[in-house]
Design a protein around this ligand. Structure first.
Ligand code: G3I
Length: 475
């Protein structure tokens, strides 16, 4: 795979020489390879044209060479997956999952509860609360169940905040809010978690990059996340879509501030739909300084992404300017990393420069598994927020499930490992941001955790070639 990637890189770089844009990087360096070294995920969508086998061959080659996280542009949305009541269509989504698995790419699921791209039959139940609750639950049960273990992260709720700068939910034009009320959000998170407890669960929205002013969308979302966390609603991440324009120079710093606010709540921030468009009228008139400015903005976002430890995914809403919703629907243009001929733009180089100027050793990751050799293995992270074992500590013993090879018991402040012949074992603790807080050798079957602050952690135990992760509640 590595050889194939390198080979493609060589071919691709060769073909770019003499064209409008040239890339300054060695052929075997890709965004993907640098992202993986840093324990991060950088990706783009698969456009609807890819699903319809109506896209240039360069698209997929570049996609799987350069990126390690993928989202379906439209094919996992409600109208695509349940076009008729209780009749599900997973064909296109399955095609993407197969592609992702074949190329070891992480999958974001987009989106479960959204007011847009809802089929007509749902709107026929407008205002019928009990029926709509059943419809939404059935949709989540089926869709999340179908892709359980294959979708690492879901946009559980998309764009539920209104645009009126009055810090409130979207109360008009949303069949879910109008029929059910704000509880549809809480329910959607709980139902999704019940079906796939290992999936990360996001609230995703646009205009969050406009800062945390009073009554802004970002401030409102932070308040809701506080409430969700307090009430045990299993949210693990927020997605800032970040569809911006070349003039929006303050937005990277706003995203940094937003990430910091969410870090305090133990929640990851992902950039989920970035594009940095020029006004459509400028098409054909853009020069080197314009593309350099676009590159500078991309770089600023990548700098923020790599420097904030609770950011995990950086997703661009399209790969090539030849296929972009900006031209089709937005009156904007040329917002992506590759031009219409699939040549990398200065923005591509800017992303590479940012990655290279943040050494892997200095980049933290919110994913405890992500710098392992199993960089894309999402099965080991348990993102459960509410921990039932915590309620069972009256006898001071919490039993943590182990692999068949060994069992882990926490008794008071002592962690016991039994049933393994492979010694010594190493025990590590990570906080819920994935930061290492403790590491010790376990020479005689137990480790003393008396200096660890009370709280929720992830423990990783290595025994021989086996390693196992589980939540640990230190009381
Ligand atoms: O499915 C029909 C097809 O049958 C028909 O032949 C064709 C004719 O134009 O239209 C098809 O539907 C289009 C659909 O994309 C699939 O191609 C819709 O008209 C079109 O409105 C829809 O646009 C999508 C848009 O979401 C809808 O809200 C864009 O491709 C997609 O890029 C965009 O993505 C959204 C994210 O999901 C959420 N955040 C904003 C982002 C950009 O709008």
């Amino acid at each position: 795979m590595r050889f194939i990637s390198s080979l493609f890189g060589i071919l691709a770089s060769t073909s770019f020489i003499g064209a409008g844009f040239t890339s300054a990087f060695a052929a075997d360096e890709t965004i993907r390879s640098l992202a993986e070294e840093r324990g991060r995920f950088i990706g783009t969508i698969l456009n609807s044209e890819w699903f319809n086998d109506n896209i240039e061959p360069e698209f997929e080659e570049i996609h799987k060479t350069q990126f390690n996280v993928v989202v379906a542009e439209n094919e996992m949305k409600f109208d695509a997956t349940e076009p008729k009541e209780n009749v599900f269509n997973y064909t296109k989504g399955d095609k993407m999952i197969a592609y992702a698995q074949a190329n070891n790419i992480r999958v974001r699921g987009h989106a479960l509860a959204w007011h847009s791209q809802v089929p007509g039959w749902v709107n026929d139940y407008k205002g019928q609360k009990e029926k709509l609750l059943k419809v939404l639950k059935n949709h989540i049960d089926s869709v999340v169940g179908h892709w359980k273990g294959k979708v690492a992260e879901w946009d559980v709720v998309n764009e539920a905040v209104n645009d009126e700068y009055n810090a409130g939910w979207r109360s008009q034009g949303s069949v879910w809010y109008e029929g059910i009320g704000a509880e549809f959000l809480d329910s959607a998170f709980v139902w999704t978690h019940a079906i796939d407890p290992k999936a990360e669960l996001c609230y995703n929205d646009y205009s969050l990059e406009w800062g945390m002013r009073e009554k802004s969308k970002a401030s409102f979302v932070v308040e809701q996340v506080k409430r969700w966390k307090k009430n045990g609603i299993p949210i693990t991440c927020v997605g800032t879509q970040t569809h911006i324009e070349i003039a929006h120079e303050t937005t990277p710093q706003n995203v940094r501030d937003f990430a910091k606010a969410l870090a305090e709540l133990g929640v990851t921030l992902n950039i989920t739909e970035l594009d940095i468009g020029f006004p459509k009228g400028s098409a054909g008139k853009l020069g080197a300084a314009d593309y350099a400015k676009q590159g500078h903005l991309y770089r600023q976002f990548m700098d923020v992404f790599l420097e904030e430890p609770n950011m995990g995914e950086f997703v661009i809403w399209g790969l090539t300017d030849a296929h972009s919703w900006l031209d089709e629907q937005q009156g904007k243009t040329e917002g992506l990393l590759y031009d219409k001929q699939y040549k990398p733009k200065p923005a591509f180089d800017s992303i590479m420069v940012s990655l290279k100027s943040h050494p892997a050793a200095e980049v933290k990751t919110p994913y405890t598994f992500a710098k392992d050799t199993t960089a894309n293995d999402t099965t080991v992270r348990d993102t459960t927020v509410t921990d039932t074992t915590a309620k069972d500590t009256s006898n001071a013993i919490a039993k943590l499930r182990g692999l068949q090879k060994f069992t882990i018991h926490l008794a008071g402040r002592t962690l016991f490992i039994t049933g393994t012949s492979a010694k010594p074992s190493t025990v590590e603790l990570f906080d819920m941001q994935g930061r290492p807080v403790f590491s010790a050798k376990c020479e005689n079957g137990s480790v003393d955790l008396k200096n660890i602050t009370e709280g929720l952690y992830v423990a990783r135990v290595h025994a021989g070639s086996a390693s196992y992760m589980q939540r640990a509640v230190i009381k």
